[in-house]
Design a protein. Sequence first.
Length: 325
Amino acid sequence: MFLSLELITATLLCLAIAVAAELPLFQHPPKPDGSLSVLVVGDWGRKGTHNQSEVALQMGITGEKLETDFIISTGDNFYDDGLIGIDDIQFDESFTNIYTAPSLQKQWYAVLGNHDYRGDVLAQLNPVLNKRDSRWLCHRSFIVDAEIVQFFFVDTTPFSDKYFDTPEEHTYDWRGVLPRENYLSNLLKDLDSALKESSAKWKIVVGHHTIRSGGSHGNTVELVARLLPILEANSVDFYINGHDHCLEHISSHDSPLQFFTSGGGSKAWKREFHWVNPKDMHFYYDGQGFMNLHITSTDAEFKFYDITGNLLHKWSASKPLYSAI
Ligand SMILES: *[C@@H]1O[C@H](CO)[C@@H](O)[C@H](O)[C@H]1NC(C)=O
């Protein structure tokens, strides 16, 4: 009797863990013509200052032209210290009252950045925010399935040693992350199996931190060591991030994987750089702006814009139809 009860409890516990270990998945079908247009902005929530409002205005104009389906936020959603709670007025001041254009009244998919972890991290993940502004969707790690393409959003902040090694600098809200190594290994395992199971034509991974970058933060060594091999092993096409407050496109010399930074949502012009092989560095802009991705089952086109709506850089890739499953 005692033993079987224990067994049942253990089985239930295993089931609960198995379910909890899966990445939440959201369906977002493409347009009827099979295409999808996505705006990408990062490092933005500053109550409109540092050109945040100007970026928002141009996103609205560009979004109208390019018929935006949804918006991706690469994190650092609220400066300097995330949200203080689910009632924080900064949610209105930095999000709802800033991205007001009709074309931006679409679903937003957001990851957390390191600054978001400095506040009440659970507040940004709380479904109550979705009642305050129905566009808002933020999870730590999750999948958006748009049929032709799957986006794998990854919570990158807990990978970085420095947030744990120098606790005197800032307070981080690690609820839900500790024990850290458990969290990281489960996340990588879940990502790896989700990527392996994916039959999408394009696979795109989105995180806050850089893998490769020529900006002030440069490469994130922990992601190069632990995340990059999984992306390469699973033929991920693109990695999209923020963290460095710039716009940038870097290619790999040894794989087709491309790195896109869209972290120009507000404060920029850092004028601090890390060396990247010029052969790999396709584009770097130190100022504010955003990125657009237009994708079909055969073509992916990336465009970067500054705050005046100037097209700064354009790059595209194609996949032959026959490789579609
Ligand atoms: C706003 O953008 C303009 C044009 O790029 C730039 O000259 C200016 O320095 C920016 N302001 C701030 C506060 O970054």
